[in-house]
Design a protein around this ligand. Structure first.
Ligand code: BJ8
Length: 426
C-alpha cells in the first residue's frame, strides 16, 4: 500500500520515515495478533481489509470527500455527537491514540505521569504520523478528565483548528443544561464550518444512520451470549474500534453480515473456542487501535472475552437516540438525553456504571470481570475499588489490572491472567 499513497501522505505533511516505521509495527502486530487466530468468522475479512488500508484507502476517501466540499471532524471521545456531524454531511473520525509512539516528544510538553492515551495523541500529533489528525478540518477536544482538559490547552499548538467543548461532571439538572448548551454551541460551530444550516430532516437522517450502526453492533453483542462464543473478543473489539473510522453505511452492512453469519454458527454450535471456556467481561478504559495487548493475553490464555464495558464497546454504543420530533430543538433534546446517560468515570457519583457491569455480567453469562485501567488514569483507577468491592460482595471474581501501551509488563500480565483463569475454572 505504501507506494500508492506516498504522495497523499506527503501532501498531508506526514513524516514519511516515522510513518513507515509505524505502519510496519502496526502490520506486524496485526499479523501476529489477529491473523493468527483460528475459526474466525468469514465476515472478518472485511475488517482485515479495512485495517490493511486504515492509513490508505480510508484516508483517500476522506480527502476525496473534502474535494466535494464535505468536512472531516476528528475527535477522541464518545461525548462528541456523530449525529450532528452527519447532519452537516460531515464525516466523523476517531483520532490515533492507541500506541506508544512519539512518547519522547510528548513528554517534552506533558508530565511523564500522564496516561498513555493522552501521551499517544500528542505523540502521533507531534511526530506527524496520524493522517486522520492532519486530514481533519476540525478536531474536537472535550473537558472530561483533568488530564485531557488541561492537555488540550497545549494540544491546540500541536494541531490546527482545535475546538474544545465542556462536559458536565454530575448527572444533575444543571449538568444536563450545560451539556445542552455545549451541544447547541457545537451545532452552531458545525453550521458555520460547513456553511449549511441543519434542518430537521438532516438531523433525523444523522440520528437514524448512527442508530443503525449501534443496532448492528448490539446484534453482535447479544450473540456473544452463546456458548461456545461465535466470535472472539479480539474480533469484537476490532469491530468496535473500526466503528470510529469507517463509512457508517458500509460499516453497518458489514457488521450485519457478520451477525447473520454468527447466527448460523450458533445454530451449528460452532465457536471460536470450546464450550465451557471461562468467560470474561472487560470493564474500564477505552482501547483504541492498536491497543490489543490485554485482550490478546486473555484469549491466548484459554479464556473468551464476552463483552466490553468500555467506550470502545458497550458504554459507547448502548443507547439509541430517539429520532421522533418535529423540530430541530426536539431532536437536539433527544441527543442531549441520549448522551447524558453515558456513565464515564469522570462523573461523580457514577453508580450506574457498576449497575451496567452487573447487567452485562449476567447478560453475557460471564464467569469473571477484569477491570482494566490505564496507568495514571485517576477516574477509572479510583472507580475500580468500589466496582471491585460491589462485585465481590456478590461473589463475582474480579481482577484489577493497571497497565500502559508498552509490552514491558506483558509477561507479568500473562501470569496474572493465567492465575485468574484457573480461578474461574475452579
Ligand atoms: S466518555 S472514558 S472516551 S473521556 S484513560 S484520557 S479518562 S486519564 S478516555 Fe474517555 Fe470520553 Fe470518558 Fe469514554 Fe482521561 Fe483516563 Fe486517560 Fe481517558
Amino acid at each position: 500500500m505504501s507506494e500508492e499513497y506516498r504522495q497523499m501522505w506527503t501532501d498531508l505533511g506526514l513524516d514519511l520515515e516515522a510513518h513507515d516505521a509505524l505502519l510496519e509495527a502496526l502490520g506486524k502486530g496485526y499479523q501476529d495478533i489477529y491473523l493468527s487466530q483460528e475459526n474466525r468468522p468469514q465476515g472478518m475479512q472485511y475488517f482485515d481489509f479495512v485495517m490493511s488500508e486504515v492509513h490508505g484507502l480510508r484516508v483517500k476517501e476522506l480527502i476525496d470527500a473534502q474535494k466535494q466540499g464535505r468536512k472531516v471532524i476528528g475527535s477522541f471521545c464518545v461525548f462528541v455527537p456523530e449525529e450532528l456531524i452527519l447532519a452537516i454531511d460531515g464525516i466523523s473520525v476517531g483520532l490515533c491514540t492507541g500506541a506508544e509512539f512519539g512518547f519522547a516528544e510528548a513528554e517534552k510538553v506533558l508530565p511523564r505521569n500522564t496516561c498513555a492515551l493522552i501521551k499517544s495523541a500528542f505523540g502521533f500529533g507531534m511526530t506527524k504520523v496520524c493522517p486522520y489528525m492532519e486530514a481533519s478540518d476540525m478536531i474536537v477536544g472535550e473537558n472530561t478528565c483533568d488530564g485531557k482538559k488541561k492537555s488540550y490547552e497545549v494540544f491546540k499548538d500541536v494541531v490546527k483548528d482545535l475546538y474544545v467543548m465542556d462536559i458536565p461532571q454530575m448527572k444533575s439538572d444543571s449538568g444536563k443544561e450545560l451539556l445542552r448548551s455545549e451541544y447547541l454551541k457545537f451545532k452552531e460551530k458545525l453550521e458555520q464550518l460547513s456553511g449549511r444550516r441543519i434542518t430537521v430532516d438532516d438531523l433525523r437522517k444523522g440520528i437514524e444512520t448512527v442508530n443503525a450502526k449501534r443496532r448492528a453492533v448490539h446484534r453482535i453483542s447479544e450473540l456473544r451470549n452463546a456458548d461456545p462464543v461465535p466470535i472472539s473478543g479480539m474480533d469484537a473489539l476490532l469491530i468496535n474500534q473500526v466503528y470510529f473510522y469507517d463509512d457508517p453505511q458500509r460499516f453497518t452492512e458489514s457488521v450485519n453480515k457478520i451477525a447473520d453469519e454468527l447466527e448460523e454458527r450458533i445454530k451449528e454450535k460452532k465457536g471460536v473456542s470450546a464450550e465451557k471456556t471461562p468467560r470474561i467481561l472487560i470493564s474500564g478504559c477505552p482501547m483504541a487501535v492498536p491497543n490489543w495487548k490485554l485482550p490478546w493475553i486473555i484469549e491466548t490464555n484459554n479464556a473468551a472475552i464476552v463483552g466490553e464495558e468500555s467506550c470502545v464497546g458497550e458504554r459507547g454504543t448502548r443507547f439509541l437516540t430517539d429520532s421522533e420530533g418535529s423540530t430541530v430543538d426536539d431532536l437536539m433534546d433527544n441527543i442531549v438525553d441520549r448522551y447524558f446517560n453515558i456513565d464515564c468515570a469522570i462523573f461523580t457519583p457514577n453508580q450506574s456504571r457498576t449497575e451496567h457491569i452487573l447487567e452485562m455480567y449476567d447478560k453475557y453469562r460471564a464467569d469473571g470481570v477484569i477491570h482494566y485501567s490505564l496507568q495514571f488514569c485517576q477516574p477509572y483507577q479510583i472507580e475500580s475499588g468500589p466496582v471491585e468491592s460491589t462485585l465481590e460482595d456478590k461473589g463475582i471474581p474480579v481482577m484489577r489490572i493497571e497497565t500502559d501501551y508498552s509490552q514491558e509488563d506483558a509477561g507479568q500480565l500473562r501470569t496474572r491472567v493465567e492465575a485468574f483463569v484457573e480461578r474461574l475454572k475452579g
